[in-house]
Design a protein around this ligand. Sequence first.
Ligand SMILES: *Cc1c(COP(=O)(O)O)cnc(C)c1O
Length: 218
Amino acid sequence: MIKENVQKILQELPEGVLLVAAVKSRSIEEIKDAVDAGVKIIGENYLQETEKLFPYIEHIVKWHYIGSIQKKKIKKIVKIFDMIETIDSVDVLLEIDRRARDEGKIMPVLIEVNSGKEKQKSGVYPEQAEHLVDAAASLKNVLIQGLMTMGPFVDDPEKLRPYFKLTKELFDHIRVRETKNVQMKYLSMGMSDSYKVAIQEGANIVRIGTSIFGPRRR
Ligand SMILES: *Cc1c(COP(=O)(O)O)cnc(C)c1O
């Protein structure tokens, strides 16, 4: 089933839209099936899980960090991952820059936007995103490559459209400013229920778990 699901999604995605398979809580066998079927980017929320998976899969794929960031884990996150999609503070940005410098690496990152402005959600409020972009301009070992958003939990993906629209507008606004160390290339939005709406609104990275692997067991 996993292979068929991946192939179906890959066929549906317009050219230029990247699939990130969100693999939290899935087994190595399940993930390998997805990779065999053509998944090129794995999205992980948890460092510990990643450390278990990594020896089996390593650099056959790219790794995107899509979980919340604890400062003490940044060193390892920077080491393993090819992109961090969930930047939400200047503090985190500075620590990533420092650790990336130690690694001799330039870390591509996306700013996570709390497009629904929900108190309990991670990400920066849309009006704070430019502040993070400006903070990154002087950093040599991080490269801001775009924005990521989840949007609120809703019963109908259509209801996410305004939040995706808002995030796309912010993306375009930052892109035309042409700030140093900022290359606005990626707009990561849309999950299993909502990726079609997200693509219509300009997403070029979609993060999909359930539609590939089925319902989560935990
Ligand atoms: C789990 C997760 C996804 C995928 O969600 P599905 O509804 O299972 O497709 C996408 N993005 C993030 C940040 C996630 O944690």
